[in-house]
Design a protein around this ligand. Structure first.
Ligand SMILES: [Zn+2]
Ligand SMILES: [Zn+2]
Length: 349
């Protein structure tokens, strides 16, 4: 157990979400040092130094959602609550970056990941107090839901009367569905494959107006039929490992002019990218990159409201000794119908 001193705290980890990023960094680690994985963490503060408690307004017993970014709190991005852009959190450009689940355990206080019973919190951890009415397991959905709010509403501007195509019915696509529905989108179309039948059913329960099995029906024809031939205002790519196909479909499925495409861009290069069509249609491309402080707060409010049956997203939970199985399950290797996978280091509730 780390000695936290006046500036730190220790959190007892209740739930660590497992997502596609874990699948990637488990097979090819981002740094060479030993790392405690787990970047979507919820728990209860069990010990807090005096200055930590004063700065954070949090005391032992408080349940918190921990953003995985550990920001500097001094730069312009941090002042704006955009910790995801702070250089102190960017392992790609800063070898000393701090990010839960990505940081060397050789660093002081060592406990920098949620696949553990306890986690260290410094004074500058980005924390959100979880309302009493939200369980730890439900709070484990803050990460996908805050991404849904950030990408669909902030980045793509989905609002009242928007038409939206969401590609991929995993936890991220389903979270976008909820965010778009809450914002007032009139037509929400979610695509998936035949293997996704159960997840597409859940998309309907969470607010999708139409679902399309792309192996049975041509998705572009379906989108055009469902929008009276106009195409959609916004396309959100929440697929994984689908190559160039979702982006190409997105370009074609967007309305005639000035649509927005949000992409996750796992491809290093994009051969034959249709840049002419993109320009002619005046399409805006935005990059899906995490969430702001405010989007996390909005996600917690959404969970507390119980307006949508978001607990249906939690499909699989595992103990700490089953971390390998949990990651393989999140990667779709072990079962169909997997949506949100959680590690619960102390067992169920
Ligand atoms: Zn994640
Ligand atoms: Zn900063």
């Amino acid at each position: 157990m780390p000695d936290v001193g006046p500036d730190g705290a220790v959190m007892k980890v209740e739930v660590a979400g497992v997502c596609g990023t874990d699948v990637k960094i488990y097979s090819s680690p981002v740094i060479g040092a030993p790392v405690i994985m787990g970047h979507e963490n919820v728990g209860v503060i069990v010990e807090a130094g005096a200055r930590f408690a004063e700065r954070q307004g949090l005391v032992p017993g408080d349940r918190v959602f921990v953003e995985h970014y550990v920001p500097c709190m001094r730069c312009d991005w941090c002042r704006a609550g955009e910790y995801r852009h702070c250089e102190a959190t960017d392992w790609r450009t800063n070898p000393d970056a701090r990010r839960y689940g990505y940081t060397s355990a050789d660093n002081p206080h060592h406990l920098w990941g949620g696949f553990a019973q306890y986690m260290y919190l410094p004074w500058n951890a980005a924390l959100h107090k979880v309302p009493d009415s939200v369980s730890a397991e439900l709070a484990g959905l803050v990460t996908p839901l805050s991404n849904g709010i950030e990408w669909a509403l902030v980045d793509a501007g989905v609002r009242y009367d928007s038409t939206v195509l969401i590609q991929g019915p995993g936890q991220q696509g389903l979270s976008q569905t909820v965010a778009c529905k809450q914002a007032g989108a009139t037509t929400i179309i979610v695509t998936g494959t035949s293997r996704d039948a159960a997840r597409l059913d859940l998309a309907r329960k969470l607010g999708a107006d139409h679902v399309v099995d792309v192996q049975r029906d041509d998705p572009l024809t379906a989108v055009m039929d469902l929008t009276g031939g106009r195409g959609v205002d916004v396309v959100l790519d929440c697929t994984s490992g689908a190559g160039t196909t979702p982006v190409l479909l997105g370009v074609d499925a967007l309305k005639r002019r000035a649509g927005t495409l949000v992409i996750q861009g796992e491809l290093a290069a994009f051969p034959d990218f249709p840049v002419k069509k993109l320009t002619e249609k005046a399409i805006t491309i935005k990059s899906a990159r995490g969430h702001s402080f405010r989007s996390c707060e909005l996600a917690l409010d959404q969970l507390a409201s119980r307006r949508f049956p978001l607990d249906l997203l939690s499909t699989h939970t595992f103990g700490l000794t089953e971390a390998d199985l949990a990651i393989r399950t999140a990667g779709g290797e072990e079962a169909d119908g997997v949506i949100h996978v959680s590690l619960m280091p102390w067992g169920q509730g």
